[in-house]
Design a protein around this ligand. Sequence first.
Ligand code: UD1
Ligand code: CA
Length: 492
Amino acid sequence: MNIQKTVHAGNNRMKKTRNNEKYKVGKNVQGKDMEIDVAFFSGKERGENADNLAAVKTEKTIKPVNGISAVILAAGKGTRMKSDKTKVLHEVSGKPMLAHVIDACLEAQVSDITVVAGANMQQLKSFAAARYNGRNIGFVLQKEQLGTADAVSSVIKAKIPLKDGVMILSGDTPLITADTVGFLIKMFTKKSDGGIIGVSFAENPAGYGRIVRNSEDYVMRIVEDKDADDREKTIKVINGGIYIIRKDSLDRNLGKIKVNKAKGEYYLTDIAALMYAEDRPLIPVDVPYRELAGVNSRAQLAEAAKIRNKKVLEKLSENGITIVDFDTVYIEEGVEIGADTTVHPFTVIKAGVKIGKGCSIGPSAHLRQGAVIGNNCKIGNFVEVKNSIIGNNTNVAHLSYIGDSEIGSNVNIGAGTITANYDGVKKNKTVILDGAYVGSNSVFVAPVKIGKNSVIGAGSVITENVPDDSLAIARPRQETKTGWVKNRRKTK
Ligand code: UD1
Ligand code: CA
């Protein structure tokens, strides 16, 4: 056996971070910090000291790699989802799982992407056309779902021109990050003449393939959960289902994989033993467990969403935003929030929303697509904002719906104000200029425009434009009949 030791995610000296839950493990390909969950290293199996993972020495001459192609497996039926929608299009953090995987590849500069589809081909193609219009994402049909090895074979058989390194991922692992993809590529390119495999230490490894290593840590074989004997079941290093394998190794070995009799499928995991036998074994690379979580059911989808949400909230917190309660605030990826803004509990903020500095959002606010909020605004409880621009120092403090609107700065929107933006046929715009004061429970029947510094009387139904500096009251005048009740009593 050649001398190439296990590669850990991070070949620099490791530093403990403050909270002790994560280790900084040096820079990844793009020069960003990489972190690894300490849980992995708490595993006794590895028998190594987490503080002492030295750089891996490669004494083999590695043939240079001429590019990486990604193959994303997505043909599986996903029966456990019990859905008309194919599994990989179910959303995590407002984005289909498959898009998370594709984006991680693209962000790590892997642009040659082939997706293996089955009966879901049409659904996947329309998804890609809508989302990646113009970007070339290839599709290959796997006619029958005969297993992960067969899925990869279908790409080879379709004669898709693959580069030297073939990265194989699953469409149902939405938590994988570009950092990790980049790191795996770096390790593959530098260390391996066969391939690498993303592995992790799992406290509860049930359901995952187990990694069997030799004394030098090379992968000897992978045993699927169902096929594992009692001893193998105790292995806590799991197969994360992400691999980079040299194209020539796939060409030589895929055809040798035999059908798994118990399941009637061809397992890609069986390639590990074949690669070990030809002395070009898979090298395990540690990947944070939470990035590998595979989604097979709706409960696991919710778990994945929770993890992704936590990451988003952590990142915002690091940037100076107060998230009052991590358990009830849901913020999708791709939301911009300025420093010193506070997001109160039970608030939902969708992708693409922008919020300025020093705002107070929620509790129980719902900011939907196209909401752009200025600085020092208050968007209070039970307020929904959609496709609207709100200027600086403006308050929409209670029980309002602001849709398709443009609201200036220093505007006060009274409790219960609604923009009636939909006339049953199309959406219409409400414009409220700077300094306007809107009394409670007003309705703006769009299209309508309110001038600067104007005042709207409470309870108004505004159907016509209001010029600058004016008062508009649009409600039936109050009629008070003094003594009416007493008089009624007398006549009875
Ligand atoms: C697989 C691995 C397991 C690993 C786990 C990580 C195998 C045999 N097992 O198990 O070791 O721990 O992933 O999550 O590979 N697919 C196809 N065509 C097929 C079958 C599957 O495209 O014929 C796709 C699925 O859509 C899915 C991916 O391949 O995206 C993985 O298949 P899945 O059935 O979920 O494998 P696991 O049982 O999770
Ligand atoms: Ca899976």
